[in-house]
Design a protein around this ligand. Structure first.
Ligand code: GLU
Length: 505
C-alpha cells in the first residue's frame, strides 16, 4: 500500500536495499513492442530472475486517447513471444491488482487530495492562453522555458473558492528548494538542483493525472524496489524522487539504461531503420538471437564473448555493469548473430521456424508441410549453413517447386554451364546411365558411382557437375548435387536433365 513503506525521516533517496527485488515495466499501449521496450523488459526480467525477485508488467493506459486494446494485446503477445514471463500483470493478476493504471484512478485521486491538503501541491488556474504567453515571453527573452510559479502563493481558501466556483485548474507539485542526489545504479551519482525542476502538473484540467504522478503512486503501491528504464526518463526522475520524498516514502533505486542509437549516432528511430520487434520477427530473426543482441545494447558479458545464453545473462547481469554511453545498433552484427543462432537449431526446429515463411511465399501449404514433413526437414538441413534469417529460406529452395521445364536459370549459372564443351552429350549420357540405377535416393553411393562414371569417360568433374546443377536447380552453387537428386526424386530429376540438355544446347 502506498503509505505503508514510510521511511524514517528524512527519507533517504539512495538505493533501497532489498534481497529480493521487485522490478517492473510499464509500457503505454500506444503501439507495438519497440526495441527499446524489448531491451528494458529483458534487463528487468534478467535482474529479477537472477536475484529471486519478481518481474511485473503494468499497463500505463492513462492516456485514454492514444491507448488501444490492440496495442496492449500486441505488447503482451510480443513480450510473451520473447519468453520474458512476468509474475504479476493484467493477464496473470497478482497481489497488487489491478495492473491497468487507468483502473487505479481512485487511488491516484486520493493521493492528489492528500498532497493538496498538505500544501505539497497547489491549484493553478492558468488558462492555456496564459501559459502560451508565458512561454512566448520566455522564448523572446531567451530564458528557460518553465512554469513561473504564479499560483504558488495563492491563498488556499481563495483557491478553494475559485475551484468551487467552477474555474478550471491543474494541480501542480510544489517543488521545494534545495538539491537532490540520485545514486543511479548505472550512471553513478547524479545531482540536480531543484531550481531546474519546475512546479510540474500532477493532475490536468480534465482531472486526468499525469505520468510522473501516477507512476510514483503505482510503483510505490506495487512495492517496486528498482526502476530500470531508458535514459530518456532521466529527466523525469527528479520529479518522481521529490514526490516520494513529499509522500514520506522510501524511493526505489533508479538505473537508467543508455539510449539505443542508430549508425548515425542519433536515437534509434524509424529513420535509422526498423525499430519494432515485429519488424525483426517478420524478417525471421531467431528469438534467441534477438534477445542476445538486445542484451548487448548497453551490456556485455565479459567483453570477449558476443554470444551467450539467457542463463548466462541471468546469472551475470547487473545494472551496475550497464554502460553509460549510448549503444550503437549494428544491423550487420545482428544479422551475423541471427545466422549463428539459426545454425544452433536442429533441422527439425529450423524447419518449424521456417515453415510460416515457406507457406506465405506460396511454396507449400500448411497441409503439404505437414504431409511432407520429413522431406521438408531434409530440404531445410541443406540450407542451414547458407541462411541467416528464416525468411531467407524460401528464396533458396524455390527451385524444388514449380514445373520441371520452367526452372529459372540464374544468368551466371547458365553462363558457367554453357562454357562446358560437350555439355549436352554429357548430360544426355548421364541421364541414360542414371535411368539404369537404383540408388537415386542414396546420395553418397550415387555420388561415388557418378565420379567413377566421369573418370571412365575421361572427363573432368565440372564438365558434368556445372551443367547438371544448372539443369536441376538453376543455381551456380548450393548443397550436394546428389542430395538434390534424392530430394527431387527420379522422375523430376530425369525431366529436368532432359529439359536442361535442350535448353543449354
Ligand atoms: N509508460 C512509460 C513508458 O512507456 C513508463 C516509463 C517508466 O518506466 O517509468 O515509457
Amino acid at each position: 500500500m502506498l503509505f505503508a513503506r514510510t521511511a524514517p525521516n528524512p527519507p533517504d533517496p539512495g538505493p533501497a536495499v532489498s534481497s529480493s527485488p521487485r522490478v517492473r515495466i510499464a509500457p503505454s499501449p500506444t503501439g507495438t513492442v519497440h526495441l527499446g521496450l524489448a531491451r528494458t523488459s529483458l534487463f528487468n526480467w534478467a535482474y529479477a530472475r537472477g536475484r529471486g525477485g519478481k518481474f511485473l508488467l503494468r499497463i500505463e493506459d492513462t492516456d485514454r486517447e492514444r491507448s488501444t486494446v490492440e496495442s496492449e494485446r500486441a505488447i503482451l503477445e510480443g513480450l510473451a513471444w520473447l519468453g520474458l514471463d512476468w509474475d504479476e500483470g493484467p493477464d496473470v493478476g497478482g497481489p497488487h491488482a489491478p495492473y491497468h493504471q487507468s483502473q487505479r484512478i481512485d487511488r491516484h485521486r486520493a493521493v492528489a487530495a492528500r498532497l493538496l491538503e498538505e500544501g505539497k501541491a497547489y491549484r493553478c488556474f492558468c488558462k492555456p492562453e496564459e501559459l502560451a504567453a508565458m512561454r512566448e515571453e520566455q522564448m523572446a527573452g531567451k530564458r528557460k522555458l518553465a512554469y513561473d510559479g504564479r499560483f504558488r502563493d495563492l491563498d488556499p481558501t481563495e483557491a478553494e473558492r475559485r475551484a468551487e466556483g467552477g474555474e478550471a485548474f491543474t494541480l501542480r507539485f510544489r517543488v521545494p528548494e534545495g538539491e537532490t542526489r540520485i545514486a543511479d545504479l548505472a550512471r553513478g551519482e547524479v545531482v540536480f538542483d531543484h531550481a531546474e525542476v519546475e512546479d510540474w502538473v500532477m493532475v490536468r484540467q480534465d482531472g486526468n493525472p499525469t505520468y510522473n504522478f501516477v507512476v510514483v503512486c503505482d510503483d510505490a503501491d506495487m512495492e517496486i524496489t528498482h526502476v530500470l528504464r531508458g535514459e530518456e526518463h532521466l529527466v523525469n526522475t527528479p520529479k518522481q524522487l521529490l514526490l516520494y520524498i513529499a509522500l514520506g516514502l522510501e524511493a526505489p533505486s533508479f538505473g537508467h539504461l543508455p539510449l539505443m542509437l542508430g549508425k548515425d549516432k542519433k536515437k534509434l528511430s524509424k529513420r535509422s531503420g526498423d525499430v519494432s520487434l515485429d519488424d525483426y520477427r517478420n524478417q525471421g530473426y531467431p528469438r534467441l538471437a534477438i534477445l542476445n543482441f538486445l542484451a548487448l545494447q548497453g551490456w556485455a558479458l565479459d567483453g570477449e564473448h558476443d554470444l551467450f545464453t539467457l542463463e548466462e545473462l541471468v546469472e551475470k547481469f547487473d545494472v551496475a555493469d550497464v554502460a553509460k554511453a549510448g549503444a550503437v545498433f549494428d544491423i550487420d552484427k545482428f544479422q551475423w548473430m541471427a545466422g549463428e543462432y539459426l545454425r544452433q537449431e536442429t533441422p527439425a526446429e529450423l524447419a518449424a521456424h521456417c515453415a510460416p515463411f515457406v507457406a506465405s511465399a506460396g511454396l507449400m501449404t500448411a497441409d503439404e508441410l505437414e504431409e511432407r514433413g520429413d522431406w521438408f526437414v531434409e530440404v531445410v538441413r541443406g540450407e542451414q549453413e547458407r541462411i541467416r534469417l528464416y525468411s531467407e529460406l524460401p528464396g533458396r529452395i524455390e527451385h524444388y517447386f514449380g514445373p520441371d521445364d520452367e526452372v529459372a536459370y540464374d544468368p551466371k549459372a547458365e553462363k558457367g554451364a554453357r562454357k562446358r564443351e560437350g555439355r549436352v552429350e554429357t548430360l544426355l549420357a548421364y541421364l541414360e546411365w542414371l535411368k539404369g540405377r537404383t540408388d537415386l535416393a542414396e546420395p553418397a553411393a550415387l555420388g561415388e558411382a557418378t565420379k567413377t562414371w566421369i573418370e571412365e569417360r575421361g572427363a573432368k568433374i565440372p564438365e558434368l557437375f556445372q551443367p547438371l546443377r544448372c539443369a536441376l536447380t538453376g543455381m551456380g552453387g548450393g548443397r550436394d548435387l546428389f542430395e538434390i537428386i534424392a530430394l527431387l526424386g527420379a522422375e523430376r530429376t530425369f525431366a529436368r536433365i532432359e529439359h536442361g540438355a535442350r535448353r543449354l544446347g
